[in-house]
Design a binder for this molecule. Sequence first.
Ligand code: GDP
Length: 432
Amino acid sequence: MLPPFLQPDRMPTTCVVGILWGDEGKGKVIDYLAADADYVVRYGGGHNAGHTLVLPSGKVVLNLVPSGVVREHTKNVIGNGVVVDPIHLCAEIDRLTERGVKIELGQNLLVSERAHVIVGAHREQDHWTENLRGDTKIGTTGRGIGPAYGDRSARIGLRLGDLIRPDRLAAAVAAFAHQKNAWFEPAGLPRIDVDSTIAELRAAGERLAPAIQDTGRLLREARLAGQRILIEGAQGCLLDLEHGTYPFVTSSNASTGGAFSGTGLPPHELEVIGIAKAYATRVGEGPFPTEYDGDLADRLRQAGNEFGSATGRPRRCGAFDSVAVRYSGAVAGVDRLVLTNLDVLRGFELRIAVGYKLPDGSTTTAMPAFDLERVEPEYVELPGFDEDVTNVREWAGLPANARAYVEAIEEHTGLAVRTISVGPGREQVIVR
Ligand code: GDP
């Protein structure tokens, strides 16, 4: 038999990433692609993410649990790059179970033993640091995600595997509390109580124990065995800690780079699918060059129901930005784009940002690392469409103006759009 790397029929691993600031509709696309995936894997973020799936039985919002959980044959992995609030995870499992989603720990839901743990102290710290920022708040969800990643880098974090090893847990929590209380107390933050923290984490660990495994090894073996792995991004590429709109970013590598470090899979044969809305949205603070204001923003927000699925926060809305999409697509190595929410643009004027005017009067088509809030987008305008496209299933069935808009997006981003989503439902898809 040929060694695994020479076997010609190995299925590629696919990674789905959001191209802008999240909420692009990744949940629906992953749900669609999960139909023939053996594994669906999350690689970053925490329970600030919120995928929305619209199933025949109704709407399901997922925070930590990967989107393949609603498929019977799919194993779902929360990778080592995710920061896990074990209390929230237990509650999410309960909520999904009540909705009729079958979750069997260790069978269709697995969590990396290397994933870092969010505890109450991280939430306290999150609010405290955000308040200290005064007028320069970054719009964190306050769920402790940034501080948990900070402690991971500072090498004082707790890992999920600690929760199922009582001796390690006691020592790890004591060391963690020792470090944190040294500055929590002078800062006026509540002191971390070692005993109650251990008790709480141990209880969660007992419940989650069957799911806590060496998932990196499992995935590498699955890959060599030719199983199909779908890696799902949380948030979006412009929230990537290093390649995003720093400091208004998340604390992990949301772009494709995190797909390797956050799962333990090697960087081979990865097909990358970028998800972009047919317009742009952003939640929280930070620069957003093509943002609309006033009535136009309100109309688009209502038409697209642009309110956060995890937090309910209204999303900022604006025009499609080909500068940002081309940049993110290049960093993430996107092979093709899925364009979502085309239906929402019915009745709107269509425009695409194709360049930025910089404060010094020059123009660029490259994404600046600084002063993004000071650029002025340059637009091309296209005629809109008034038809309802939610029932269209063929490219030729789209209004000519909608097709021209999609083609203009391809031209200005340099990325092929092969799939177009025209509604929240599973079947509301056009494949070209
Ligand atoms: P994610 O985090 O990228 O999965 O995005 P969310 O799930 O938070 O937001 C996407 C929202 O748009 C959800 O409510 C989806 O049901 C909905 N959605 C997805 N695709 C489409 C589409 O093509 N058209 C419309 N109108 N809604 C969509």
